[in-house]
Design a binder for this molecule. Sequence first.
Ligand SMILES: Cc1cc2nc3c(=O)[nH]c(=O)nc-3n(C[C@H](O)[C@H](O)[C@H](O)COP(=O)(O)O)c2cc1C
Length: 401
Amino acid sequence: MIYFSMSRLKFFTSGESHGKALTGILEGIPANLALSSPDIDAELKRRQSGFGRGGRMKIESDHAEILSGVRWGRTIGSPLALLIENRDHKNWVEGMSEDARFRGSIPAVTKPRPGHADLAGAIKYHQHDIRNILERSSARETAMRVALGAVAKKFLSDFGIKVGSYVIQIGKVQSSKFKVQSSEKELFEIFEKAETSPVRCPDTDASRGMVELIEGAMKEGNSLGGVFEVFVTGAPVGLGSHIQWDRKLDGRLAQALMSIQAIKAVEIGLGFEMSGRSGSEVMDEIFYRGESPSPGFYRKTNNAGGIEGGMTNGMPIIIRAGMKPIPTLRRPLNSVDIISKEPFGAAYERSDVCAAPAASVVGEAMTALVIADAVIEKFGGDSMEEVTGNFKAYLEYVKQF
Ligand SMILES: Cc1cc2nc3c(=O)[nH]c(=O)nc-3n(C[C@H](O)[C@H](O)[C@H](O)COP(=O)(O)O)c2cc1C
């Protein structure tokens, strides 16, 4: 990831919401990983689903074209470049053209929406047409993060590492607690249930309640936020490090999750709940068994969410992220025109009412990119053969420890 000095896996995205396309570059994936665009499109489809999305999702049916880095179905070690066309661009050809002749072909946006990058971005970048800010701050960009994350997931799956997510709260409706103590098997079951829910919630009653709540918000012209959990299974002990602030895996995950549009809180394991309990209640005590089938150190609890001292400890990684309600509302919010300085009630544009289910898929992608980076950092190599060899040797060593 580009933000951290030790990063081996770097990525960038570019593209405006109504521009021609989103593009993404991912560098650091070893050669010989089997990869094709259907692997990526399946994840893009998951991001587009979920009850509570707006009209845009009906226009876009995302497909990632692989422009470079793959030959005959396998990566070749060079940077991967992906392109996702914005199908809505056909309605914005002049309005979003790079050609100066079309300047003024659509009216400037001068009314900043509360809760968006609009006002701060216009001031910071010296813009009097807020479109020059909102086009990039839009969560449309997360489609490319999901595409790049799909590559990271494919890479991780070769090492038996899986990333999934589910929604545990929308507005005030909470699912019964599927929290940090779940085993790998339980996490997979929860995930499978979530995949069949319109709001990606594994609890059927809560799922129904969430849909009703979203329907109510739609009628009222209001919006909702939510909370989702991301889990990682199969990560070996020792990803990340305690030795420097920017190598700590919990810190890297928190930044990655927090960077998603509208995510305002991230917790690892028990998170905030830990702060209100005593030490004897929350530390995951260490046990050892010598016998087969899985001899070695083990824990009976996972309050730490799989990370201690900035490193994986072999338990499932559990991260929770809180999303604020969607800031664009049909109900007008007070704001002030940046040119006339007149107050107005913020105008409504087509928008999601609740995007927590989609955000959870974006959360998976960001998590996968961080974990893939940590795997490459620890087991680095230029080909999948080399990384797999290093990975297997390390697992043998851990068994003997
Ligand atoms: C998947 C996803 C979809 C979103 N859809 C919308 C939307 O339709 N309308 C909207 O106003 N905000 C939407 N947002 C949230 C805004 O992009 C975000 O609140 C805004 O860019 C300001 O950033 P901040 O909330 O991180 O400060 C969405 C966020 C995500 C993750």
